[in-house]
Design a protein around this ligand. Structure first.
Ligand code: HEC
Ligand code: HEC
Length: 320
């Protein structure tokens, strides 16, 4: 028995090497070339739920005093964030973290800067009940929605159990699936449908060769890993411990979800602490703290030109 398992193990190891060597011998054109993939033109969603979610998303009914909706802090006509350093919640209460965009959030591997919500449904519960955001109790929200004829009948048509906490966030999450922004110039380029200008192409080359792409990659050019803010040089911000707040592990201090760079030209101010207003400055901060590099002005300018090609088309559901 023992010898058989040893043989099996050796077999597996040999297999691994044969496959690895064979792969490295494959010609370039069959190997994956791009670490960034275009946003799909559409993803499947339930239209009835999404339309209900769209209404909920911009309805102040979700907040305790009916003054605030999701779109108060995630303006769908302006990049899906609020353009402020820190968001302003109910009765002018201020948070201490920058609102990320909701566009393409469906592609993130976890939600929030520290990844404390696993998916969009779990995420959506948080602002509704957060005392400095919408400050509601779900039982109050449910009773308000049940008093509203449109919501009452829509929920009952779509969900067997009518208005419930789970169904509210289900509809909102379904709507958020539609908030994808395909057809950016860069995606069109990846699909071979357009060419980049010389500055944009230089910027993409710099983005790869300087190492930005090591953290910002995949369909969201971010959103698929946690990384420390201040890898090479210690970052000055100490207000947030990032991922540590979730795991309580020393090694996770100052780790944040790498944010998406999609539509980045529209979502100033930058970073979890909203500390930087200007995209050029944000690129310099990244080069310094994440890569220990001081980039030349023209390198920064070309990276910014590249980043501007990441602005996509507004979500279809918003134009129809
Ligand atoms: C008062 C402002 C405010 C309101 C209202 C608000 N949000 Fe947010 N939203 C934020 C802030 C700030 C964050 C980041 C918080 C953090 O990471 O700790 C955030 C994070 C998110 C994220 C995570 C994005 C990512 O990349 O991690 C999603 C999705 C989101 N909000 C959707 C919603 C929905 C849906 C609603 C309504 C139910 C809503 N928000 C209401 C301010 C707000
Ligand atoms: C080691 C991983 C890593 C590398 C390398 C890296 N980044 Fe980042 N990037 C991050 C993380 C983490 C954040 C979020 C920091 C924070 O606010 O806490 C971020 C944030 C950003 C932001 C702000 C996004 C927003 O929504 O606020 C921009 C812009 C950005 N990076 C661009 C770049 C560019 C350009 C490069 C190369 C010069 C680069 N990054 C290299 C991990 C990295």
């Amino acid at each position: 028995m023992l010898s058989r398992s040893v043989i099996n193990t050796i077999g597996l190891i040999l297999c691994f090497f044969v496959v690895t060597i064979a792969c490295s011998l494959l010609p370039d054109y069959v190997q994956p070339q791009e670490l960034i993939t275009p946003i799909p033109v559409s993803i499947p969603f339930d239209k009835r739920k999404a339309l209900l979610g769209r209404k909920l998303f911009s309805d102040t009914i979700l907040s305790k005093d009916n003054t605030l909706s999701c779109s108060s802090c995630h303006d769908l006509e302006n990049g899906g964030d609020d353009g402020r350093r820190f968001s302003v919640g109910i009765k002018g209460k201020q948070g201490n973290i920058n609102a990320p965009t909701v566009f393409n959030a469906v592609f993130n591997f976890a939600q929030f800067w520290d990844g404390r919500a696993g998916d969009l449904k779990e995420q959506a519960k948080a602002p509704i009940t957060n005392p400095i955001e919408m400050a509601s109790l779900f039982e109050d929200v449910i009773s308000k929605l049940n008093k509203n004829p449109y919501y009452k009948s829509e929920f009952n048509k779509i969900y067997r159990d009518g208005v419930t906490e789970d169904n509210i966030v289900d509809a909102i999450a379904e709507f958020e699936k539609t908030l994808i922004t395909p057809y950016s110039k860069f995606d069109n380029f990846l699909r071979g449908e357009t060419v980049l200008s010389p500055a944009e192409a230089d910027g993409y080359r710099e983005f790869q060769s300087k190492g930005c792409i090591a953290c910002h990659n995949g369909v969201n050019i971010g959103g698929n890993m946690y990384q420390k803010f201040g890898v090479i040089e210690k970052h000055r911000g100490k207000d947030h411990l990032g991922r540590y707040n979730v795991t309580k592990k020393e090694k996770d201090k100052f780790f944040f979800k790498v944010p998406t760079l999609r539509n980045i030209a529209l979502t100033s101010p930058y970073f979890h602490d909203g500390d930087v207003l200007d995209l050029t400055e944000a690129v310099k901060v990244m080069a310094k703290y994440q890569l220990g590099r001081k980039l030349k002005e023209e390198e920064v300018a070309s990276i910014v030109a590249f980043l501007k090609t990441l602005t996509g088309h507004p979500a279809e559901i918003l134009i129809k």
